[in-house]
Each structure stands twice: as structure tokens, then as C-alpha cells.
Design a protein around this ligand. Structure first.
Ligand code: AMP
Length: 279
């Protein structure tokens, strides 16, 4: 595995691979890797000839009160994990390499970026689309792999790629969970044991919504209510939102006649967690 810190070196490496006619797969991450990230790496490995992974804790997508400074950065461990997965290129630029002199140019997917997490994290999705657009320009992948865990992010990136004609195929892979159902997340490391237990309520609420749907309930409001009743059983988790939306537009669905996304976000202590399921 080749480790690259500069944009110039990453470009040289990916261009050389593509000149040889190799299909280049790319997995952007913020590090603190877990099985969710590794599932994306394995999908890239299976579908492409060469795999590049980026580790970059992107300051642009964190709000002023958020966890940028304390976000875990176990770089050596991450690097070992990626080596074992047969990754070819690890791109780990410093913030100054990505944003010399700060950022005044942004990519914004309007409207979608203000929905779900975008409502409680203003500027978050603008930070995500800006860095992903930059990374696509630097790495120039044929395919890029994202997790369904961040379903709104996946929808927003698909829309950005479509609207700006970016020559990259977007693959979205299923959520990887802990054995008890908790969606894997780098932020799970923040959870104290009691918070870790309480956090399971997010998955339970989604399961209840899915059960009600499977039993024939099609009204969005009734499904949301059934999920909220489950969430109310765990007062230690403060609900941010529970919504049922169109998976592409992220607009609320009143009556479910097509595939729909049930998305939830809540705080266990000070840790903000998200999860979702498809109906
Ligand atoms: P992050 O490092 O949190 O920015 O995540 C990098 C990529 O991994 C994103 O595409 C996430 O959606 C994906 N990801 C994070 N957690 C999971 C998970 N539990 N299952 C599948 N993909 C995930």
C-alpha cells in the first residue's frame, strides 16, 4: 500500500493506474475505521482493479460546536487495517493541503442539503459535497463507494454527480451493524456503557416502523408515531428527528406507495447518532 499526503502525488498515482487501463475504485472516509468502512473497501476491491481510500477529517463539515478537535484519529491502526484489505493507495492529506488559505469556493446541492441532518447541522452537507467534489477531482475514480448509513449524504452526492456531470459511478452499500443492531459508527467510541445501551433504541424504533409497515400501515404519520412511541421508552436518548422521506429528494412521504427512507437521529449523552432503514 502506498501512502500519499499530497494532492500532486495522489494524482500521479491514480493517473498512472488509469493509463494502464485499470478501473479505479475510491472510498472516502474520515478514518477511525470499522467494519462499515471495510465493507466499502471490500466492495471496491471486488469491483475494481485498483483501490484508493482517503482518510481526511474534513473541518468544513463540522459546526463550531461539534467534535472536530476530539474526532478519533487512530492513523497507524487504520493504515494497518487498509493494508490487510489489499488497498493500493491511502490518501491522507493535512487540512492545509486540502484548504490552503481556507475555503471560499463551495459545492452546494441546494434544498436537499437543508433536510434531515442538514436542518440540525447547518453547513454540514455543503462541507461534505465540497470535499467530495475536491476528492473526486484529485483521485479521478471510476467508481466511488458510500454507506447507506449516511443515507441523506448518499442522496446528496448522487444528485451532485448527476447535476455536475461528474464522470464517476456512485455505489451505495448496506449498513453494517453490531451484533445487537447498533449501526457501526466511529462516534460509537464516545459512548459510555449506559449510553451505548440506550442508543439501541434508535434501531428498535426503526424496526418497529418496519414491522408496522410490513403489517400493512402505509400512512407516514402513523408509522412515525409508532417509532416515536418506542423512542419515548428511552428518555436518555434525545430525539433530533424521525422522518419518512423519499430516498432521492428527501421530501416527506405522506402515504407510502414507493420505496421510502425512514431516518432517525438522536443524542445519547452528547453523542449524536444516526440510523435508517428502507421501506
Ligand atoms: P465516515 O468516516 O463516517 O465519513 O464514513 C465514511 C463512509 O463509510 C461513508 O460513506 C459512510 O456512509 C460509510 N459508513 C459509515 N458507517 C457505516 C456503516 N455502519 N455501514 C456501512 N457504511 C458505513
Amino acid at each position: 500500500m502506498k501512502s500519499l499526503q499530497t494532492i500532486a502525488d495522489m494524482r500521479t498515482a491514480s493517473r498512472a493506474a488509469r493509463r494502464e487501463g485499470k478501473r479505479l475504485g475510491f472510498v472516502p472516509t474520515m478514518g477511525a475505521l470499522h467494519e462499515g468502512h471495510l465493507s466499502l473497501v471490500r466492495a471496491a476491491r471486488a469491483q475494481c482493479d485498483v483501490v484508493a481510500v482517503s482518510i481526511f477529517v474534513n473541518p468544513l463539515q463540522f459546526g463550531p460546536q461539534e467534535d472536530l478537535a476530539k474526532y478519533p484519529r487512530p492513523f497507524e491502526r487504520d493504515s494497518e487495517l487498509l493494508k490487510k484489505e489489499g488497498v493500493d493507495f491511502l490518501f491522507a492529506p493535512a487540512p492545509e493541503e486540502m484548504y490552503p488559505g481556507g475555503a471560499v469556493t463551495y459545492v452546494t446541492v441546494e434544498s436537499l442539503s437543508d433536510k434531515l441532518c442538514g436542518r440540525s447541522r447547518p453547513g454540514h452537507f455543503r462541507g461534505v459535497t465540497t470535499v467530495v467534489a475536491k476528492l473526486f477531482h484529485i483521485v479521478e475514480p471510476d467508481s466511488a463507494f458510500f454507506g447507506q448509513k449516511d443515507a441523506a449524504q448518499a442522496a446528496i452526492i448522487r444528485r451532485m454527480v448527476r447535476d455536475l456531470n461528474m464522470p464517476v459511478e456512485i455505489a451505495v452499500r448496506p449498513i453494517v451493524r453490531e451484533p445487537d443492531g447498533l449501526a457501526m459508527s466511529s462516534r460509537n467510541a464516545y459512548l459510555k456503557p449506559d449510553e451505548r445501551k440506550s442508543a439501541l433504541i434508535l434501531h428498535r424504533a426503526l424496526t418497529e416502523v418496519k414491522n408496522q409497515f410490513d403489517q400493512g400501515q402505509r400512512r407516514g404519520a402513523a408509522l412515525i408515531e409508532s417509532g416515536k412511541q418506542v423512542l419515548a421508552q428511552e428518555p436518555a436518548v434525545r430525539l433530533d428527528y424521525l422522518e419518512i422521506v423519499d430516498p432521492d429528494t428527501l421530501d416527506p412521504t405522506e402515504v407510502i406507495t414507493r420505496p421510502a427512507l425512514v431516518a432517525v437521529a438522536g443524542f445519547a449523552g452528547t453523542t449524536r447518532l444516526i440510523d435508517n432503514t428502507l421501506l
